[in-house]
Write a protein that binds this ligand. Sequence first.
Ligand code: DOR
Ligand code: ZN
Length: 424
Amino acid sequence: MLLIKNGRVVDPASKTDAALDVLLDGEKIREVGAAGKISAPQDAEIFDASGLIVAPGFIDIHVHLREPGQESSETIETGTRAAARGGFTAVCCMPNTKPVNDNASVTRFILDRAKIAGGVRVWPMGAASVGSKGEAIAEIAGMKEAGIVGVSDDGKPIATAKLARQVMDYCRSLDLPVIEHAEDVSLAAGAVMREGVTSTRLGLRGMPAAAESVCVARDVQLAELTGARLHIAHLSAKASLEQVRWAKSRGLRVTCEATPHHFTLIDEDVEYDSRFKMNPPLAAREDREALLAGLADGTVDAIATDHAPHEPALKDVEFDRAPFGILGFETALALALEQLVHSGRLSLMRMVELFTSGPARILGIESKIAAGQAANLTIFSLDDSWTYDVKESPSKSRNSPFDGRTFKGAPVATIVAGRVIYQR
Ligand code: DOR
Ligand code: ZN
């Protein structure tokens, strides 16, 4: 047994913010009680959480682990080790591996590798279409049986409205969320950043905000038509957020996520440095403001990293030749604290919700610190100062725009199924 003593428990699901002890017994939480009041057995291990926040285990619903197929950029083992350092107890890996996770045998392979890696839970997303090619619908029911928790052609949008409708129809009957990488590829063709004054100044091809919001509008309409659970990935544009707000006001089952890089950086930060290149690209100042407002008012349901490792040989090239994507795990909590909590924009409770019960609700699962619940916890500090050095990352890749940045607050321990899998 493991007794977590004297921490400040912040649990959005039960609206708890109090000094409590938490006793873990194997894979389950056994008891939660006033600090000092739990009678733990003599041989229980003690974790002193004085001065620390004890939260439900963080869930990252959008990550790329690159296995199978691109193991020189990341593996399930290195990626989940980086996730654990970031305080995540579960991650949902996108299907754009090689081969694509578009059938049950690839799903099973991923789950097998995750078991060997130990530690962080890995919940695979299955492709919407065969090979994510946007032609034939994938074997979604078979993948669900094997363990997928959602469906996406991430990296690309679901190619056509007709296919999106079909996928939503299927997923509605299987009760799976459809996760959309919203992009109108005709508007985005050839672009490497957001269209605007900065793209003009740098002489780089830009895509307009509408490249995203046009696709969000399409999908919201189809969510209404089909009744499906639609989740918009890495939402970056104000106009997209307005679509989601409208959908929610109509009672549609539409949710969205925001990444730390989109709520921290803007297009003006891009200076021919491929560590600032991702898709969707860094947006305009007013988009970031809208995202911050949406994180505060509940329009945004979750923070997700879109952790997208690319090995140096691929990423350290000219801006327009580099692949899209940046690392996300180890800076996510610190950026959220910096931008959302220390800045006074969000309460700590709301920030924790965006990492825990928010993503859990999208997946249709529970996330709560209470007796009988899974013993998955993220313990973090609020204000000790540290500097991110990407060279120390367990990830195989180094593509972070936040290398060298100094933060206040960090993950201190990550506990999965009652086991401390990471401790600072
Ligand atoms: O920046 C991105 N990287 N956006 C995506 O949609 C895909 C991802 C990747 O797989 O690298
Ligand atoms: Zn994507």
